[in-house]
Design a protein around this ligand. Structure first.
Ligand SMILES: Nc1ncnc2c1ncn2[C@@H]1O[C@H](COP(=O)(O)OP(=O)(O)O)[C@@H](O)[C@H]1O
Ligand SMILES: O=C(OP(=O)(O)O)[C@H](O)COP(=O)(O)O
Length: 408
């Protein structure tokens, strides 16, 4: 696998007749009330691996969202969608490792595809643990009894040191799936040859990941500039002592990111001239979009998008960059009144010589716009993609390398 030659893939191992535990990342935008999957890009990207396992018994392990979020659901609809795309039945088991799951898998036939329940329903999967710690969990000890080999295809979750990602390779021979291989190869190529200046555009809601990446890429000279949009921008605006209004502060608190404001302040004190934070925004006032400077925001109105004047410094920066890494939307794009900033940023980013996109929501908008082919690479990972591009060795990759050595 290119620079990750220590990792084995499907071309190195014959899985015929084996029971494969396949970790994928089907975490997708869904309508939790209707139980409808709104975007199935990740399903389509994993199909190559699943189809390549037709001579094995395939047990799919995946998650949807996190505890506490509205879209933290059961995976019944996921199994149905996979079955439609695969063109064959996918048996959903509403169990993770109990006796029902164990028995069902034992009795299944070669060629069968079985999907287990949302693995994050098991509390241990939500812990940040090392491989050794993970191997001792009840979850991993029981899952390991159900398979002969572990295949990790979940690039989108490769940055999480969680039991199924780092623990299963400790206890079973583990290889990378085809999507994992493709992501690592494509992103390595882009990363190694990225022409300067390099700008990271960080938006959406995963503020802790984004702030960490911003600091890392600026400290290590990987990026020349960081452009903050979406909720990430709101954190930087608050760090600059703007009063961003109660609803935007409430959202930050609700997401558990209040402490990130102080961290953003310290990054700004070091890299003020490298971080662009648009100060002209769009708010919702009496149900309609109103644009204004952030210093004029009424206390009870949420910031939901970039303002048109705020877009100007963003476009200037993007157009002067030869490499653009885009992760996270610039606003509440699901509401058409607040999709303007996200759409304009995407159009500009698509023009860059090297353009890499991460993040499920961001990729979905790009697909909807029909802009897919204009980007150099659209990753199935959000946080995983940007962390990979910072040069960090992702826990999933390290675990696969270790497993290759151990089970050589
Ligand atoms: N200013 C904002 N206020 C509220 N939500 C926002 C704002 N900006 C972006 N968002 C939301 O961010 C979400 C996507 O964030 P995230 O999951 O981090 O993106 P990705 O999946 O692309 O990594 C979208 O649902 C979008 O509505
Ligand atoms: O969708 C994911 O991350 P992403 O939105 O950063 O791409 C992965 O499934 C990881 O999910 P997590 O960020 O809840 O650990």
């Amino acid at each position: 696998m290119g620079i990750y030659s220590k990792i084995k893939g499907l071309s190195d191992v014959d899985v015929s007749g084996k029971t494969v535990l396949l970790r994928v990342d089907f975490n997708s935008p869904i309508d939790p009330q209707a139980g409808v999957i709104l975007d199935d890009k990740r399903f389509r990207e994993h199909l190559y691996t699943i189809k390549a396992l037709d001579k094995a018994k395939t047990v799919i392990i995946t998650h949807q969202s996190r505890p506490g979020k509205k879209d933290f659901t059961s995976l019944y609809a996921h199994a149905q969608r996979l079955s439609e795309l695969l063109g064959k039945p996918v048996r959903f088991i509403d169990d993770i490792f109990g006796s029902y799951a164990q028995e069902f898998i034992k009795k299944a036939n070669i060629g069968d595809v079985i999907m287990l329940e949302n693995v994050r329903f098991n509390a241990e999967e939500n812990l940040k643990l090392s491989g050794e710690e993970s191997a001792k969990t009840v979850l991993i000890r029981n899952l390991a009894r159900m398979g002969d080999i572990f295949i990790n295809d979940a690039f989108g979750t490769a940055h999480r040191s969680q039991p199924t990602i780092v623990g299963l390779p400790e206890v079973l021979p583990a290889i990378a799936g085809l999507l994992m291989e493709r992501e690592v190869e494509n992103l390595s190529r882009v990363f190694q040859g990225a022409p300067r200046p390099v700008t990271f555009i960080l938006g959406g809601t995963k503020v802790d990941d984004s702030i960490d990446v911003a600091r890392h890429v600026l400290l290590n000279g990987i990026a020349d500039y960081v452009l903050a949009v979406g909720v990430v921008a709101n954190i930087f605006l608050a760090a600059k002592d703007f009063d961003i209004g109660k609803p935007s502060m409430d959202l930050i608190e609700q997401l558990g990111y209040t402490g990130q404001i102080e961290i953003a302040r310290s990054i700004l004190s070091q890299f003020n001239d490298k971080i662009v934070v648009p100060e002209h925004v769009a708010i919702k006032k009496d149900g309609v979009r109103v644009e204004m400077h952030v210093r004029d925001i009424p206390a009870d109105c949420p910031i939901l998008d970039l303002g048109s004047e705020g877009l100007i410094p963003c476009l200037d920066l993007i157009r002067s960059s030869r490499t653009v890494v885009l992760n996270g939307p610039a606003g509440l794009f699901e509401e058409s009144d607040y999709s303007f900033g996200t759409y304009e940023i995407i159009k500009a980013a698509a023009e860059a010589e090297f353009s890499v996109v991460g993040g499920g929501h961001t990729a979905a908008v790009i697909e909807k716009m029909g802009y897919d082919s204009r980007f150099t690479h659209i990753s199935t990972g959000g946080g995983a993609c940007i962390e990979f591009l910072t040069g960090k060795k992702l826990p999933a990759i390290a675990a696969l390398e270790k497993s290759s050595e151990r089970f050589a």
